[in-house]
Write a protein that binds this ligand. Structure first.
Ligand code: PLP
Length: 471
């Protein structure tokens, strides 16, 4: 009898565990970034061959690489070594073509002891002083309410976005009771879609930029945002739109904020270029502060990697604005544990540099002047490239004035993918396939060559304003 009872119990436990294991694997499969890829191929998995243990990955298709990475990678790999120019990169370079390092960063480095670098104090729970300083930059000292903001340090803005969408996917539902759909700008940083896809959330474009008018399409944008299910998620870029270099004006933000409020959106604000658009930290944070002022409980993904030109030591923050201390504490446990499960801890170096600068008035002032100089440099490069194109274009009448309406690090040429490809093959100049060029990587001495090459490409703009579902 005892034996029979134990056998029965074991059977029940086995069946229960098997079910759990199956549920676990099917959830992991559904959340996999490669789910779409897998469903398209017949034998896409890595698997053990019938004989031996070699060639396990033979049938695994390559992952699609984010487009600018792919381009920068092809540029690096290209055997043609002379004159190749990677303007698809997202790094900022100095006039000699080396990574730009601010003097304020070098001075901050001297103040950091090796004890700080190897310290484990902030590894798990983060450094509140750093978070306060960094978040005051974003929200503004007056709007920053530490008691209501759940915040963690992240590995750059990418880390913040990844955790933010994972948090949303696990902990938020829209008003129809379903997982929320995420609305992203029709032309955006390609990695957004990769990040969101990897959390299993569905996406849809909202039309914010129209190629044939080379500018903001507010009407379509508002109408797309209006059509969404209440309680959806909107991904909004604070300033320095990547790739278009074209931001909403303060008046346009006012209208957008109203629609977002009416349709009860959860707003995720990506802030990757503060200080590098207008050379003014407050001006570049205007959109975020407007949303907070209008009562939105935003989620902010702040990258400090570009603002401090620390691309090799990415650093950022993720913050969730809540309405009470109790809410804040609950949210914090979720984002903190998600971050821990993904990366365990955030490296010290980027944080120490930023913290040292922001907590020292003289260094902060120097850093701000350096970002302003960088903005001036990029603006001058934009103007020079524009002038070069205008002077070459006298006979065929292309109007390049839209280039001067753009701001920040990115110049959106309007070239189509085939023209970008031709530019690469014939002139060894690499742009992102959507026609985006990084002004932070273009030096004054290269402007003439790039302008001449772009001029040679036939400029045939085509409208691409249909709303596209990316599910
Ligand atoms: N958001 C946008 C629009 C970006 O262009 C980037 C980086 O290029 C990021 C976020 C990510 O920033 P980070 O390099 O700190 O991960």
């Amino acid at each position: 009898m005892h034996k029979l009872w134990s056998l029965l119990c074991r059977n029940v436990i086995y069946t229960y565990n098997k079910k759990n294991i199956q549920t676990f694997y099917s959830a992991a499969y559904n959340a996999s970034p490669y789910r779409d890829l897998f469903s398209e191929r017949k034998e896409p998995f890595g698997k053990m061959p019938k004989e031996g243990i070699q060639n396990i990955w033979e049938n695994l298709p390559p992952a699609t690489m984010e487009s600018y990475l792919n381009t920068s990678w092809s540029c690096k790999k290209s055997e043609q070594t002379e004159n190749k120019l990677d303007l698809a990169t997202e790094n900022i370079l100095d006039e000699e073509g080396n990574p730009l390092v601010f003097q304020s960063v070098l001075k901050a480095r001297e103040k950091i002891s090796s004890q700080d670098i190897f310290s484990t104090d902030s590894c798990v729970l983060g450094d509140q002083e750093f978070l306060d300083d960094a978040l005051k930059l974003a929200y503004g000292s007056e709007m920053y309410q530490r008691d209501h903001i759940a915040a963690i340090e992240t590995v750059g803005g990418t880390g913040a976005l990844r955790i933010a969408f994972e948090f949303i996917s696990r902990c938020f539902i829209s008003l129809d009771g379903q997982k929320p759909r995420v609305y992203v700008p029709n032309l955006c940083w390609p990695n957004y879609k990769e990040i969101i896809k990897s959390t299993g959330l569905k996406m849809r474009d909202y039309r914010s930029y129209r190629k044939n008018i080379q500018g903001i399409d507010l009407k379509s944008c508002l109408s797309d945002l209006f059509r969404a299910t209440k309680g959806s998620v909107a991904l909004l870029e604070a300033s320095g739109q990547n790739p278009t270099g074209t931001d909403f004006s303060p008046e346009q933000w006012k209208e957008i904020s109203q629609i977002l409020k009416d349709r009860k959106y959860l707003c995720v604000v990506d802030m990757a270029y503060q200080g590098l658009v207008h050379g003014d930290l407050d001006r570049d944070a205007l959109a975020l502060r407007r949303l907070v002022e209008d009562g939105h409980q935003v989620i902010v993904c702040q990258s400090l990697s570009k603002s401090f030109s620390l691309q090799g030591n990415p650093i950022g923050t993720l913050s969730v604005l809540t309405s009470s201390k109790e809410e804040k504490e609950k949210v914090w446990t979720h984002i903190r544990s998600l971050s821990h499960s993904m990366l365990s801890s955030v490296p010290n170096y980027g944080r120490l540099i930023v913290k040292t600068i922001l907590s020292n008035e003289a260094l902060k002032k120097e850093w701000m002047e350096e970002t302003q100089n960088l903005v001036k440099r990029m603006k001058a490069t934009r103007q020079a490239l524009h002038d070069q194109l205008v002077s070459l274009n006298k006979s065929n009448g292309v109007d390049w004035s839209f280039l001067l309406q753009q701001q920040g690090m990115f110049l959106f040429t309007g070239l189509e993918a085939e023209q970008v490809d031709k530019l690469q093959k014939e002139y060894n100049i690499y742009l992102q396939p959507d026609g985006r060029l990084n002004l932070g990587a273009l030096t004054a001495s290269q402007v003439e060559r790039v302008g001449t090459a772009i001029h040679k490409m036939t400029l045939t703009n085509s409208t691409n304003s249909e709303q596209v579902s990316t599910e």
